[in-house]
Write a protein that binds this ligand. Structure first.
Ligand code: UFG
Length: 330
């Protein structure tokens, strides 16, 4: 039986596939390559290029392959873009989920591990966000992921599709050997942008806002290594296959770093000066997003390997130095 990774050519998806194959799993990848990269897909995975919203395509993959479970990483995920083009997010993310659940139901596939997000919480009620905290997104991206979480819950009730929703905080870093990493076009994420400045590809970092309700006024985020995220998915699959009930887990480090602190950490890791200036706020950014991820540790037995943000940045820097232009295909 194979595991299907929807979005397996993406940043998190490619690390997921790599980890599954390392652990001896049989892996099928579906990706439309709209943001992913063919070169990021492990050569031992069977790759089908197509769109999750294309039901005939998706059904044909499930008919050819014996799929035991689905890891759903197949969504647009940029907070800023979702503010200016919300319908793009509702179409791809929500409609894509409807089609995937329909096909899973028709083909009798019973497990899904879903990439959800801290963006489903909106402005947090507490310093450390727990899974039971209120979910009131303040951007369309978070709204789309919350709707997807809710859809799977009802699909579980009605069709018995068991799920784990993993609410990631800020995915970061790369495989330590620098063979796969983060490559977005255009790049909008903090760490890769800082490293573009460090590599001389961009003049300066613009820090979006320094008047947030945080100690230094810049946004605070919780960075979690992409391979630690991948490990949590494998544990979640085992959890479901053991017959445990559907539920959601936060995945973060429980430590927040401000944008200014991230800049300082990157200066230290790279040894570069990295010019930066304060720029206006970007829409849709909550002040602070930091996880309480005790539940994943207790229930799933998740033990993240990376607990130092400088180590995380170091892996991203290794990728940047070995692949200054990313995969070079876009
Ligand atoms: N930022 C800058 N300058 C930049 C880029 C980013 O100041 O050039 C700031 C942002 O405003 C934000 C922080 O850096 O304060 C992090 O921004 P990212 O774009 O790297 O990440 P986000 O926190 O917006 O979102 C990421 C993922 C989402 C996920 C979220 C969960 O992209 O999919 O983390 O916390 F939902």
């Amino acid at each position: 039986m194979a595991i299907l990774v929807a979005g397996g050519a993406g940043y998190i998806g490619s690390h997921m596939v790599d980890r599954l194959i390392e652990k001896g799993q049989d892996v099928v990848v579906v990706d439309n390559l709209s943001t992913g990269h063919k070169a990021a897909i492990h050569e031992k995975a069977r790759f089908y290029q197509g769109d999750t919203r294309d039901k005939a395509f998706l059904s044909s993959v499930f008919e050819k392959e014996k799929i035991d479970g689905v890891i759903h990483m197949d969504a647009f995920s940029l907070v800023g873009e979702s503010m200016t083009d919300p319908l793009k997010y509702f179409d791809n993310n929500i409609y894509g989920m409807i089609v995937l659940l329909e096909v899973m139901k028709e083909q009798g596939v019973k497990y899904m591990v879903f990439s959800s997000t801290a963006a489903t919480y909106g402005e947090p009620e507490n310093e450390l966000i727990a899974e039971s905290d209120k979910q009131e997104p303040i951007n369309p991206y978070g709204e789309s992921k919350l709707a997807m979480e809710r859809m799977i819950r009802w699909a579980d009730e009605a069709y018995g599709i068991k799920f784990v929703a993993l609410r990631y905080f800020n995915a970061a870093g790369a495989k330590a050997d620098g063979s796969i990493g983060e490559d977005h076009h255009p790049e909008t994420h903090l760490i890769p942008i800082i490293l573009q400045v460090a590599a001389g590809q961009r003049d300066e970092l613009q820090i979006f806002g320094d008047d947030y309700k945080t100690p230094d006024g810049t946004n605070v985020r919780d960075y979690v290594h992409v391979l630690d995220l991948a490990d949590a998915h494998m544990l979640a699959l085992e959890y479901l296959q053991a017959g445990n009930p559907s539920q959601a887990f936060n995945l973060g480090s429980s430590t927040g770093f401000s944008n200014k602190q991230m800049l300082e950490a990157a200066r230290k890791v790279t040894g570069k000066s990295i010019p930066a200036k304060i720029a206006p706020r970007r829409g849709g950014d909550p002040d602070s997003l930091v996880a309480d991820s005790q539940k994943a540790r207790k229930v799933l037995g998740w033990q993240p390997q990376y607990d130092d943000v400088e180590d995380i940045i170091r892996t991203a820097w290794a990728w940047k130095q070995s692949h200054p232009q990313g995969y070079g295909d876009k």
